[in-house]
Design a protein around this ligand. Structure first.
Ligand code: APR
Ligand code: PHB
Length: 398
């Protein structure tokens, strides 16, 4: 964007151009509300960053109603069920049958980001990359401002509201006075080593596995790319894992007695993710509204992170719309409370999936047998499978 086209005033200043910020900008644009999106990193970095890939039904529906699902419809892989494996046996949970036809769609978060950047660029509304030093000011005065440097020039952007979509390590949550924010946190004594491999998926649906050596997950990105994860130490150095060691461990933890196992192929990406549960309350301070990872983090086992971000920005866009159309601040006032109900439900589910499927270092044989009993109950009870399925496919985004 040329320097002269950076405005000095907008309605909504959006800090962060990940999925939350980009989707919010898109939804606002469709409602005729102006925004400026400020992203610290370069476009390629934001697009190529490998993240999760499970879209809930509500997220798919939201992307469709917002008209950004052309590639999703062509490339997304709808999955009606998942497998849960333990004691060397895979058990299928037919989520669609248990939830009146709701399903998940496998579509990489980086593809969602790519689609949203393209949609933004078509509108010609400001999306600024490589803005390293955004800072927010005067949140409690009615005249909030965001300052930043763009192309070496100091900028001052006045706005009606700031949307804090800058992820867990961003500046927005940190700008709220400590006595106005309460945080809840839990870290887990393990992480995930994730790989992308150029190998055709050998299962048509995801496989979540509990094994004496720890958790493993089989997922995919396309008909020729497999995504796999292994439970590891939270501070594991991915470089100590040769390709051979990774495949041997995946085979050990995933192979089932019917002979099923992942196919091997060249590993094209490798990385370690930490596991954390985190909630900041409330999701608002004055003119600042937090959305997505800036406000909450879930461990990846329930695949909820991106979906929660989408639910936040859908609610926030509607609340801004009510405000600008009818001068109604009621929806803005209830934004946090309504969001936190969904967030805590997702926290509960993600914690439960994580605890059921991982081996904690301090846990003994009793806990492992208890986990096996829980899984045994899960796959034998329609009520228990329905509970998992309802949570996994997610409730509609209101
Ligand atoms: N100024 C501008 N941009 C910033 C700043 C800053 N000070 N700090 C961080 N950012 C940017 C990051 O570079 C990133 O692109 O904000 C963006 C936040 O994106 P995400 O971390 O992806 O968070 P969010 O958009 O809330 O998406 C939710 O769901 O699957 C999970 O964690 C996963 O990314 C995920 C997400
Ligand atoms: C993924 O495909 O990246 C993925 C799938 C399921 C999860 C987490 C990540 O629970």
């Amino acid at each position: 964007m040329s320097a002269s086209s950076v405005p000095t005033r907008t309605q909504i200043a959006i800090v962060g151009g990940g999925p939350a910020g980009l989707m919010l900008g898109h939804l606002l644009s469709q409602r005729g509300i102006q925004s400026v999106i400020l992203e610290r990193r370069a476009a390629d970095h934001v697009i190529e960053r490998v993240r999760a890939g499970v879209l809930e039904q509500g997220t798919v529906d939201l992307l469709a109603s917002a008209g950004v699902d052309e590639r999703l419809r062509a490339l997304g892989m709808r999955h009606d069920g998942i497998y849960v494996a333990f004691s060397s046996v895979r058990h299928r949970i037919d989520m669609a049958a248990l939830t009146g036809g709701r399903a998940i769609t496998i579509y990489g978060q980086n593809e969602v980001v790519r689609d949203l950047i393209q949609a933004r660029q078509r509108t010609a509304e400001p999306l600024l990359f490589e803005v390293p030093d955004a800072a927010i000011h005067d949140l409690d005065t009615g005249h909030p401002r965001v300052t930043f440097t763009d192309d070496g020039r100091a900028r001052d952007l006045s706005c009606d509201f700031v949307a804090g979509c800058d992820g867990f390590h961003g500046i927005c949550r940190a700008s709220i006075p400590a006595d106005r924010l309460r945080t809840y946190e839990r870290t887990y004594p393990f992480g995930w080593l994730g790989i992308l491999a150029n190998a055709a998926p050998t299962s048509d649906e995801l496989v979540y596995s509990l094994h004496p050596q720890g958790f493993a997950l089989f997922s995919m990105r396309s008909a020729s790319v497999t995504r796999l994860y292994l439970q590891c130490a939270p501070d594991e150095d991915a470089d100590t894992w040769s390709d051979e060691r990774i495949w041997n461990e995946l085979d050990a933890r995933l192979t089932t007695e019917d002979g099923w196992h992942p196919a091997r192929g060249p590993i094209v990406q490798k990385g370690v993710t930490g596991m954390r549960s985190f909630v900041a309350e409330p999701m608002r301070y004055g003119a600042l509204f937090l959305a997505g990872d800036a406000a909450h983090i879930v461990p990846p086992t329930g695949a909820k992170g991106l979906n929660l971000a989408m639910a936040d920005v859908s609610r926030l866009a509607d609340a801004f719309d009510d405000y600008y159309r009818g001068g109604q601040s009621r929806s803005l006032e209830s934004y946090s409370d309504r969001g936190l109900r969904r967030v805590w439900r997702a926290q509960r589910f993600s914690w439960w999936m994580t605890s059921m499927l991982h081996r904690a270092p301090e846990q003994g044989e009793f806990d492992y047998r208890r986990q096996l009993a829980e899984l045994d109950y899960l796959v034998g009870s329609t009520a228990a499978m329905t509970s998992l399925a309802e949570n996994y496919v997610g409730t509609p985004i209101a």
